[in-house]
Structure formats: C-alpha cells, structure tokens
Design a binder for this molecule. Structure first.
Ligand code: SF4
Ligand code: MG
Length: 337
C-alpha cells in the first residue's frame, strides 16, 4: 500500500532540571495503507513518544522535535496546533490512549460521534445521528440505537473502548494508532479490541501502528515490525520473519524472555539489567551494558553507534549492530547467558 506516514530522522527531547531527556533519537519508519506496523520495546523505549509527536499530543513548550513527520503529505514538525486538531479529527485516530479525543462524560455517546461527523461533513443532524448508530454497530456494540442515547458511564470498559474507536473512525482516517492499553482492561477484552482493529483495517484499508511490548500480540496482528531500544530503532523487517529469526541481540533477548520459549517458568531468560537512563545514554551501542554478545565484537560496541545496515544473510531485514554475522552468532547461542 501507499505510504501514509513517513517519519524521518525524528528526535524528541525534553529539557528537564536534570538535563536533556533523549526520548527518541534518529528514528525513521513508514506506515502503509492496508498494513499494520508494530512498534515494540520496553517502557521508556520511545515507542509511545513518537506517536504522541505524530498526533501533536506533546507539550510544544516543553518538547524539542527535529527531523520530519509527514502524514498524507502534510509536514507536522513545527506545525501549529490547528493543523494537529484537523489531523486528529480527519486523518489519524488513536485508540486506547488518547486523552484529547476520548469521550466527554456529560454528552451522549451518539451525539459525540454525530458531532464529530458533522464537523467535517455538511449533513443534517438526523443523518449524522444515523451515521453514529452505524458506527456503533460497526464496532460491535449491541443495540446501537439505544446505546447511542446513553452516556459513557453507562458503558462497560470494553464498550467504551469500542465507542472511542467508533468516534476515531467516523471520518475514515487513513492512520490508526493503537497504543497498548495502560488501563486494566482484561486480556480477553484486549484481544477482542485488537481483533476489531484488524477487521476495521480490512474494511477501511487504513494504515495501523500498533504500539506494544507484547510480542505475542505482534505475532497475531502485525505485518511489519520496528524494534526500539532507548529511543532508537534497532531492528526492522516483516513481523513474522523477525519473530521467527531475530537478528539483533536485543530482539533475541525479548523473544527469549517470552514464556512460550520455555516449558518451565523458572527457566525464563529475561534480559539482564535495566534500560539506560534517557538523560545519560551509554556510549556506542546503547544496548552494550546489557548485551551478552559484545565480547564477540569488542571495543566498537562501546565506542561507535551502529548505523542501519542490511542483516547479512537475511533479505528484507535491517539492523543496527556491529556483529559480523548476527544470525550465526545468535543461532550458536546456547542460551545460558
Ligand atoms: Fe551487542 Fe555490540 Fe550488537 Fe550492540 S552492537 S547489540 S553491544 S553486539
Ligand atoms: Mg506507552
């Protein structure tokens, strides 16, 4: 599909009393119509921050953004709030985490969806109301006619998520950003919502960005994957291929820590150590303090930032790592690290 979002050399920094927080550094990716891109990483990897920048949900006075973000041909770096407002109601919608476009507690759900539609279409109230009921039906809300007349607090958590998706989709946005739920939605409801997002993508042909730390979710949902560590991309490729054969030590570590890779939970091999402070990134490769393979390379790991390069031996794969033959190195790992 066509590229709808192109992020190029994006850096996002927050000045604080303790120094500059380097939340995102030199990030590049693209989202295409009809495809789901998973952006994966631990918390603090920058995966949410970059999508906040796409939607203009950051505080412009407290954020330094450089690079380029083009959404459907519009440059967003440095754009005024009015541009972002327009984009959020017509071109891009965020599900799960979007305080700015979530439902208003004191207005009927159907009215909110109808008004969002009317803001961009010259139609009568009754036609907009009909559209709202259709949207509630489309996202799987039973009795949509009656539900449209209710207030958000009359909906369950899962139904509210569905209503938010209906609101987000009413103007056919080309980009849907699904950031992992921070609220305690139960796992079954989460799975249902992800299925819904998948179905709607097929119906609308939009691009989806799925932001998550959960690789099991990626396996089921994504076409493409970008793995982030400490604000940078470290590996990208087709999701199924990356999960089947990771080539970056960090991706490898994430996969090793999945329960499905071990029969015995006590054998779980999580990556040792914690992600670095974004105030003070390690020299060279940011992952080096935790990397079990740096001795295979030596000095370059802590002196030189790896640039993107094609993964030797794997088509359609890019990574940032100095290992000469990462695939062979990871395959030979005995898993005792
Ligand atoms: Fe590990 Fe070095 Fe590769 Fe970084 S560049 S992931 S430290 S081997
Ligand atoms: Mg997040």
């Amino acid at each position: 599909g066509d590229v709808v979002l192109r992020v190029t050399d994006l850096s996002v920094r927050f000045p604080t009393d303790e120094g500059l927080v380097k939340a995102v550094s030199d990030l590049s990716y693209e989202a295409r119509l009809g495809r789901t891109l998973a952006i994966v990483g631990e918390s603090g990897s920058g995966k949410s921050v970059s999508s906040m920048a796409v939607l203009g949900l950051h505080n412009p006075k407290k954020t330094q953004i450089t690079g380029s973000i083009t959404l459907d041909g519009t440059e967003l770096v440095g754009a005024p709030q009015s541009t972002f407002q327009k984009i959020r109601s017509t071109k891009a919608a965020m599900v799960f985490q979007d305080p700015q476009s979530s439902l208003h507690p004191f207005h009927k759900v159907g009215t909110q969806i109808a008004e969002a539609y009317q803001a961009h279409h010259k139609v009568s109230r009754s036609i907009a109301q009909k559209r709202a009921v259709e949207m509630l039906d489309l996202v799987g809300i039973p009795n949509p006619q009656r539900r449209a007349q209710q207030y958000p607090h009359e909906f369950s958590g899962g139904m509210r998520q569905r209503a938010m998706i209906a609101l987000g989709l009413v103007n056919n946005p080309k980009l849907l950003i699904a950031d992992e739920p921070t609220t305690a939605l139960d796992v079954t409801v989460q799975a249902q919502i992800l299925d819904l997002v998948n179905d709607l993508q097929k119906e609308f042909g939009s691009a989806v960005i799925l932001i998550t730390h959960d690789l099991a979710v990626v396996a089921e949902t994504a076409d493409d994957i970008l793995v982030m560590y400490a604000g940078r991309g470290v590996e990208k490729g087709y999701a199924k291929e990356v999960l089947a054969q990771p080539s970056h030590p960090y991706t490898y570590g994430l996969l090793q820590s999945l329960p499905s890779h071990s029969e015995d939970l006590e054998e779980l091999k999580a990556i040792k150590g914690a992600p670095p402070s974004l105030l003070n990134l390690p020299s060279g490769c940011s992952f080096h303090p935790r990397c079990a393979f740096k001795d295979e390379v030596g000095e370059a790991c802590w002196t030189t930032l790896p640039e993107w390069r094609p993964t030797p031996g794997l088509a359609n794969r890019q990574l940032r790592c100095h290992l000469a033959d990462p695939v062979a190195t990871l395959q030979n790992d005995e898993g005792v690290r």
